[in-house]
Design a protein. Structure first.
Length: 435
């Protein structure tokens, strides 16, 4: 029985162990299956739900200046205004307006230019009236760059409205075209109210050639008019759009009208001159073929890439000297005349020079006879002509005949007496007739 019981017991324990093993296997399979399901579910979910596109906050749309500023939609300078506002060069007012027709102060303009061309100050303010001004850093920066200048009394007058003439002069300085450039052929005035003797004439003509002036100026510039915010934005944006090339002159093709410049980055850039391109070498007007390889070249082209000004600087040549002397003589001497005079060949110059000298002298107020006598060194005739001029002037002033005055100047008392008697007779006759 014991064995039987032991056998029973043994048999029963083995059976239990079998069932336990089966249960454990079933549970393990269940767990594995559950884990597999969970893994699949997790794989279907994003790893970081907070960073998904759906969960990310939607950024607010960025409004353009044209949309933010409610009063520029109908402005002729809308595009320029919007561009400068978007770039942080100019700003609108807190009420959402730009006020395009408001005038601009000298301080406001200094800020616009300094920001537009990244000009920063390095020193202290020079003008006594800007030390506490909000724009003193901008004004100082432009002063150091030679772009703005103050008044003779040592002030800048930052809150004064900037005139068109002042603004154009400063803008031309920004692109380094305000230095003295001599030419025999002075430009004809583009505006009826800015004559060649106006202090801003050169700057106005340069700005006009660059195409940075508003079209609505027409033929009347109004140099003393206050510049509006719209006009300022348009001119500053136009200046930004100019294309400037600097470097060494690599080669010139005068026949094709092109020059190639090697820039500081060691790349070559070729520009094609237009019919109205102004070319200067060592500050004197010249032609493309007079530029020399290795010259320092500065090219200012319009927004389309057509050069308007080419400035070259290099070794002074004979052509530079003769052109300069010709300009100093106001064109009386041509460059070839200067060369002949340098050789001592006066006779080759004299024949062609005399008519030009006579013309110049008559422009200065001499009569043609006086100018001819002076050029021919005919001092006797010149003295007679001088007496005649004086006699005519005294005659007009005193109301007596020039013949009587001439006789007195010549100390011909007999003739003077005769003319005096005639004068008295004419005077008495006039009085009798009036009676």
């Amino acid at each position: 029985m014991k064995h039987a019981q032991d056998g029973f017991v043994v048999t029963r324990g083995a059976a239990n162990r079998g069932r336990l093993a089966q249960d454990a296997g079933a549970r393990a399979s269940f767990v594995v299956g559950l884990l597999a399901v969970l893994a699949l579910a997790l794989a279907a979910l994003p790893l970081f739900p907070a960073l998904t596109e759906a969960a990310a906050p939607t950024p607010a749309p960025v409004m353009s200046a044209a949309a933010r500023l409610k009063d520029i939609e109908l402005s002729w300078a809308q595009d320029a205004i919007a561009s400068l506002v978007d770039e942080g060069i100019i700003a609108g007012y807190p009420d959402g307006t730009f006020k395009p027709e408001n005038p601009v102060t000298r301080a406001e303009f200094a800020k616009m230019v300094a920001r537009a061309f990244a000009i920063r100050p390095t020193g202290e303010p020079r003008f006594r009236d800007i030390k506490n001004n909000w724009a003193k850093a901008y004004i100082t920066a432009l002063t150091e760059a030679g772009i703005v200048s103050g008044y003779p009394d040592g002030t800048f007058k930052p809150e004064r409205h900037i005139t068109r003439a002042e603004m154009v002069t400063m803008l031309v300085r920004v692109v380094k075209l305000a230095d003295k450039m001599d030419s025999l052929q002075q430009p004809e005035p583009s505006f009826t109210d800015v004559a060649p003797d106006h202090w801003a004439f050169r700057a106005v003509e340069t700005a006009h050639a660059l195409g940075i002036l508003p079209v609505h100026f027409g033929v009347v510039f109004e140099p003393n008019a206050a510049t509006t915010r719209a006009e300022t934005a348009w001119m500053v944006k136009s200046l930004i759009d100019l294309r400037i090339t600097e470097g060494k002159l690599a080669r010139v093709d005068a026949r094709e009208g092109t020059l190639t410049v090697t820039t500081p980055g060691n790349t070559e850039q070729t520009v094609t001159c237009g019919l109205d391109t102004q070319i200067y070498r060592n500050s004197v007007a010249t032609s493309l073929d007079k530029l020399l390889r290795g010259d320092d070249v500065y090219v200012v082209a319009d927004a389309t890439g057509e050069p308007k000004f080419i400035k070259a600087r290099g070794l002074v040549t004979k052509d530079d000297v003769t052109a300069k002397v010709s300009i100093l003589s106001k064109g009386t001497l041509t460059p070839s005349d200067v060369e002949a005079l340098a050789r001592g060949d006066w006779n080759s110059v004299k024949e062609g020079l005399q008519p030009r000298l006579i013309e110049r002298l008559t422009e200065r107020g001499l009569t043609k006879e006086e100018a001819t006598s002076l050029v021919n060194q005919n001092w006797t005739e010149l003295g007679d002509l001088a007496k005649k001029r004086l006699a005519d002037a005294l005659s007009a002033e005193l109301g007596i005949s020039s013949d009587l005055i001439t006789a007195v100047l010549n100390q011909d008392w007999k003739l003077a007496k005769t003319y005096g008697e005639i004068e008295v007779a004419q005077y008495l006759l006039a009085k009798l007739l009036n009676l």
